[in-house]
Every structure is written in C-alpha cells, then in structure tokens.
Design a protein around this ligand. Structure first.
Ligand code: PEP
Ligand code: MG
Length: 557
C-alpha cells in the first residue's frame, strides 16, 4: 500500500491519532485431525478436569488483572472471568468431553453452540460473541500449552487494528502506547467502544477493508469522521492530530455562554426527559432547556397521569433550571413514541397519523390537563414555562395552541417538523412567540424517509440540503419577525452544522447536554459573518457530502 488509501467505518470516540498499525497476537490453532480423535473412556474424567483447571487458570489470571485495573476495565475483566466459568458453557463442554471429545475440541464445539444462540438473540447478546470466543481461545491456548493470545506491547505509540477486540484484550491497555482502536467488526456499544471511551482514545468500528492494512503501515485515525487514512502524507497527518488536540482543549475549557467570536448570542441549551436528566444537564455548560420531551416519562403508562403527578414532574425540571429558559413540549404521542392512553393502534401509517398535537382533536382534555399541570408547575417554581406543541402543520393549529398556552399565562411556541409549517413559517410565526425546528422529523418528512431506517440513513442525514433550505426559510422568517428560532433535533449536536444553522438564522441550539461544549467551543471560534457564508455555501450544494465540505471550507477562510 504505497499510496494513501481511505477506509470508512462508524465513528465511536472522536479525536485524531497517527501511528503505525499493530494487530493482536495469533489465536491458537487446534489441529483438525486431533479435533476428530476420541478420548478413551477411562481418560475422560482426567481430560474433563484438565479442562476445568484450564478454565479456572484463565479466569484466575483475568481476575488478577481486574484487581489491578479500575472502572470499566476492571468490570470487563471480571465479566470475562465469569464467562470462563459460566455454568452453562462449562457444563456443555464437559458433557462433550465425557462423550470422548478432546478438551480443546469440546471447548470449540460448545462455543459454536453458544455463538449461534447469542447471534439469534441479537442485540447486546450478539456483541458478547467476541467475548466468548476470546475466552475459548485463552482456554484452548492453556490446554495446548502455547502463549495466551492478546495485544502486543508496542515499542512506539501505535494504532491497534483488529477484527474485533475482546474485553480482556482492551482492558488495561496503556493509552500512551495504544493511541487509537480500529476494528473491522463491532458496534458503537461493543466492549471496544466502551474501553476506548474510558481511555479517551479515538475509536472507529465496522471498518471495511481493514484486513488489508499490514502491520507497521502508518495510519491516521479520525474518530469524528469515522475514517482511516493508510499511508497519509506524514506532515499533514501530524498537523491534523495537533489541530484536533487543540480543538479538544478548547472544548474542555469552554464554559459558555453561547456566542460567536464577534459576540453574536446563540443560546446553547439541553434536551431532557425528566427531573433527573435535567439535574444532570446542569453540570454541563448549558443555559437552560430547549426541549423537554414530556411523553418519554409516560411511555409505559396504561392511563393518563394525574394533573398532580404531572405538575410534580414538570416542576422538577423548572426547578433544576431556576430562572433560566425551560421549553416544555406537550405530549408527542404516536409513531415511534406510542402512549397507551392515547395512541390509536390501528393506523396504517403512524408517522403520518394522529401524532403529536393532533391527539387533541379527539382528546382535548388530555392536552388541557397537561397545560394546567405545566402552568401549575410554573407558578409553584416561579419560572414561567415556554410551552410548545409538536407536529404542527398549519397556522390555524399554531393559533389554536397558542391561545390555550397564553390563556394560562405562559409563553407559546410550536415545533417546525412538518415541511408545510416551514413553508408557511411567516404565518406560523405571526401566531406564536417562538418556534423550534425538530430536524429529526423535518428531515424525515422532507426526504420521505423513515428516520428509524438504517438503510435510509443517507437520506435522513441532517446535512441534506433540501431540509437546510427549509430551515433557512424559517430562520429568515424568525429574523424578520424578531422572534426566536431554535433547533432541537440531532442537527444541533453537530458542531460544524451548528455554525451553519446559526448562519441560516437560528439563535438557540438544543441537544444532548454532552454535545454542548463541543458546539459552544466551535461557535466561539467563528464570526457570524463566517456562519452566514458557510450557510450560503451549503445552500448551493445538492448533497450532504458536498454540504459538509462547503461548510468546512467556508469556515476555514
Ligand atoms: C425532532 O423531530 O427533531 C425532535 C426534536 O423531536 P423528536 O426527536 O422527539 O421527534
Ligand atoms: Mg419530532
């Protein structure tokens, strides 16, 4: 591989690292002929003990390493030790040995059975497959008297590449020597990802073509973009790592408030789901709540919660951000968030059905009770709530909702999630005090692509220029009306896109609190004029890749 080659995967832990590639040591190979042999009846008892002793030795070594580790590393090592002594797996293996199968072959065969079972169950169980195979290999190595497989200790800071990393491989890694993790398999919740997060080193998983990268090849890992550059230009790679280190420093030290470098105010706020998540959010550099998804607290409730219960819940969130802006959204029931006490079950197309504010047509009392509870919570906390409705499609719906909110002395807004609402943004804004753009749904409905579908992720990319054009219309209508236009979908968590949104006219960004520092730090390094130029450049593109590139170039000027 002489020329630079770029491989793509799923980004898991952001940051950049550059160094030579290393691969984990060989897994033990068990002679296929020996696999087929049979242990004499009188030796089976001893063979079975040989296996349980080997399993105990491996478990003991893992526990010993756990006692010298801490946090997630100690947890994964203890959990892997537990797998080596798992009753079901050990029982299945010894049963095979007692039928005459040699111990290594029995361990391999019983692992196959469990792997099949875990894979069928899917999800988190499927991700334990790597752990079990790792335990198998360690025990087989012990039985064969060969060195235990695992990660080498490199002489220079290196990037660890692997098919998949078992927890026992990754736990206890020295981040000064292993500066990034890249795997061909695995998902964002795999052990590799958990450990990379704990070590704070860049990590990319599910990288196709990784097997072809040889030991020693210099690689540049970009844990934000999810790319691996093999044999890049050395000076460029070193500069990229240095730039990313500086950005990470800026993120760590950013404490708010949200401003561009020339002082244009942008509110950086949090998405929350209940009192506990709101209290947690206060430890991040956010200036309030931009979206409280109230329906999430009632997903498993068979009956409508009482006004008193709702009041207590809303008050917890208002109290957590005492004296700051708190935007409470009325129930977004239906589609991906059905509520037993209100959602229609027989709709052929729930995302286009009686969802969000539309439930109030048949069940006006549910929305009235909720608004009464929000108003009561506002009075009790002394913090006036900003209240918005989801899934508004027409100015008439916005006006009807706003009247109900204002009647109770609160600040009225609506979400812009339906293209119709974005197209008529001036008329919608004339009816309310503020709007907040739900980019998750606005993109889904603009692109006619289900936001839950992994196959359609390219279409529901928040950088789709068509959706950004709609955001531009809303942003400009907000500027003209002198009213706040926020974004509270996932788009607001992307620091680069955040700059573009501000350039489009958005003045409040609400996302998971963990995203706030990166967004705030990025904004603090650009002027409003640069944001506007980036927005203009993005609006001239026709696909998300070109849009990102245009924004990056405009902001670098
Ligand atoms: C959105 O659609 O972007 C949004 C914030 O609402 P939700 O994700 O809860 O549908
Ligand atoms: Mg939505």
């Amino acid at each position: 591989m002489g020329q630079t080659q770029v491989l793509n995967g799923t980004p898991v832990v952001s940051g950049k690292a550059y160094g030579p590639a290393v691969w984990p040591g060989e897994r033990p190979v068990y002679d296929p002929e020996a696999m087929a042999s049979t242990i004499a009846e009188e030796e089976r008892e001893v063979e079975s003990r040989r296996f349980t002793d080997a399993a105990a030795a491996v478990a003991g070594r893992l526990r010993d390493r756990a006692s010298h580790a801490s946090g997630a590393a100690a947890e994964v090592l203890t959990a892997t030790a537990g797998l080596a002594e798992d009753r079901g797996w050990v029982g299945a293996t010894t049963a095979l040995i007692k039928k005459g199968t040699p111990a290594p072959a029995a361990a391999i065969a019983s692992t196959e059975q469990f792997v099949e079972m875990f894979t069928k169950v899917g999800g988190l169980m499927a991700e334990r497959v790597t752990d079990l195979k790792d335990v198998r290999d360690r025990i087989v190595a012990e039985l064969l008297g060969v060195p235990e497989p695992g990660v080498p200790e490199p002489d220079v800071a290196s990037v660890l590449l692997a098919d998949d990393l078992a927890p026992a491989d990754t736990a206890g890694l020295d981040p000064a020597l292993i500066i990034a993790l890249v795997t061909r398999l695995g998902g964002p919740t795999s052990h590799t990802a958990i450990i990379a997060r704990q070590l704070g080193i860049p990590c990319v998983v599910a990288v196709s073509g990784l097997t072809d990268v040889p030991v020693g090849a210099p690689v540049l890992v970009d844990g934000t973009a999810g790319t691996i550059e093999v044999s890049p230009d050395e000076a460029t790679a070193v500069a990229a790592v240095e730039q990313s280190r500086k950005e990470a420093e800026a993120v760590k030290s950013w404490t708010g408030p949200g401003r561009t470098s020339d002082g244009h105010e942008v509110l950086v706020v949090a998405n929350v789901a209940d009192g506990a998540s709101a209290r947690t959010a206060t430890s991040f550099p956010v200036e309030g709540v931009g979206l409280f998804r109230t329906e999430l607290a009632f997903l498993d409730r068979p009956d409508e919660p009482s006004v008193e219960e709702q009041t207590a819940l809303y008050k917890e969130v208002l109290d957590a951000f005492d004296g700051q802006k708190v935007v409470i959204r009325t129930l977004d029931a239906g589609s991906d968030k059905p509520l037993k006490f209100v959602t229609k079950l027989d709709e052929p197309n729930p995302s286009l059905g009686v969802r969000g504010n539309r439930i109030a047509t048949d069940n006006p009392q549910i929305r009235e009770h909720q608004l009464d509870a929000i108003a009561a919570a506002g009075k009790a906390s002394g913090n006036t709530p900003w209240v918005m409705a989801p899934m508004i499609a027409t100015p008439a719906e916005a006006a009807e909702f706003a009247a109900q909110v204002r009647e109770r002395g609160m600040i009225a807004g609506v979400m812009v999630e339906v293209p119709a609402a974005a197209i008529l943004a001036p008329a919608i804004l004339a009816e309310v005090d503020f709007v907040s753009i739900g980019t998750n749904d606005l993109t889904q409905y603009t692109m006619a692509a289900d936001r839950m579908s992994p196959e359609l992720a390219g279409l529901t990319d928040p950088w789709q220029p068509a959706a950004l054009h709609l955001i531009h219309s809303v942003g400009q209508a907000g500027v003209a009306a002198g009213k706040s236009v926020g974004v509270c979908g996932e788009a607001a968590a992307d620091p680069l896109l955040a700059c573009v949104l501000v350039g489009l006219g958005v003045n409040s960004l609400s996302a998971a609190p963990a995203a706030s520092a990166a967004v705030g730090a990025r904004l603090s390094g650009v002027t409003l004029d640069q944001c506007r130029k980036a927005a203009e450049a993005v609006l001239a593109t026709t696909d998300p890749v070109a849009a990102r590139a245009a924004a990056t170039a405009a902001l670098a000027d």
